[in-house]
Design a protein around this ligand. Structure first.
Ligand code: PGA
Length: 256
């Protein structure tokens, strides 16, 4: 299976940005710009904006995602949201294991795996994030780190469930820094991810897997990144907060 058969996914990660008014404004600006996209378009918004985003995108090609979910279905977990709660709202995607969750909220490879299994149980599409820190890259252990993150995150996941998984390769040093991985660096690690998935499952599963690059992707650098065979889309932070910029990346993915 070639890249062109996999289909690209461009997902916006709004992080902790936008109130409800801004959510409505951004979506109404985005709708006409991406309506003829030839790739999947997802916006992952703060929990409090999910319902607004679902209402505003109803009947359009824009899908809505959350930025995390808990691994238990319910119980004494103050401040957490379960996968079932997202499903009930009509949410279709969830980002898990984002490096900001790992860095600031003690997320580990094992809790990412637990959350991922809970999300799959609810039939959500999961965007699972992996990526090395600057230290790890400089020490030459990028592929070991990313392989370990993938192996742990996908533990006990079935071949069938892999259809609901997207992997986002996000080098931590490139997130929100304006410092992008070169297209070759991104392609190399995305290729490593595909190989690891092939080892865990088989070649067929690995070839069907959508792998995104994330980390300061913007309208200027997206063409080069998205032209790479193993880069099937993007997870976009900063540039997803401007309708025009996000739409330009969607256009690029539609062409590549
Ligand atoms: P950025 O964020 O595009 O602002 O670097 C990407 C992400 O964190 O998903």
């Amino acid at each position: 299976m070639k890249k062109s058969d996999r289909g690209a996914v461009i997902a916006g990660n709004w992080k902790m940005n936008n109130d409800r008014v801004q959510t409505r404004e951004l979506i109404s600006g985005l709708k006409p710009l991406v309506e003829s996209a030839d790739c999947d378009v997802v916006i992952c918004v703060p929990f409090t904006n999910l319902e607004t985003a679902l209402n505003e995108t109803a009947g359009t090609n824009i899908k809505v995602g959350a930025q995390n979910c808990h691994f238990e279905a319910s119980g004494a977990y103050t401040g957490e949201i379960s996968a079932g709660m997202l499903k009930e709202l009509g949410v279709e995607y969830v980002i898990l294991g984002h490096s900001e969750r790992r860095q600031y909220f003690a997320e580990t490879n094992s809790t990412v795996n637990l959350r991922l299994k809970a999300a799959l149980k609810e039939n959500l599409n999961v965007i699972v994030c992996v990526g090395e820190t600057l230290d790890e890259r400089e020490n030459g252990i990028t592929s070991e780190i990313v392989s370990m993150q993938i192996k742990t995150a996908l533990k006990d996941v079935s071949t069938e469930q892999m259809q609901n998984i997207i992997v986002a390769y996000e080098p931590v040093w490139a997130i929100g820094t304006g410092r992008t991985a070169t297209a070759d660096q991104a392609a190399e690690v995305c290729g490593t991810i595909r190989n690891v998935v092939s080892e865990i499952f088989d070649v067929d599963v690995s070839k069907k897997l959508t792998i995104q690059y994330g980390g300061s992707m913007n309208p200027k650098n997206c063409d080069e990144l998205l032209s790479k065979e193993d880069v099937d889309g993007g997870l976009i932070g900063g540039a997803s907060l401007k309708a025009k910029d996000f739409a330009a990346i969607v256009d690029s993915a539609s062409k590549n």
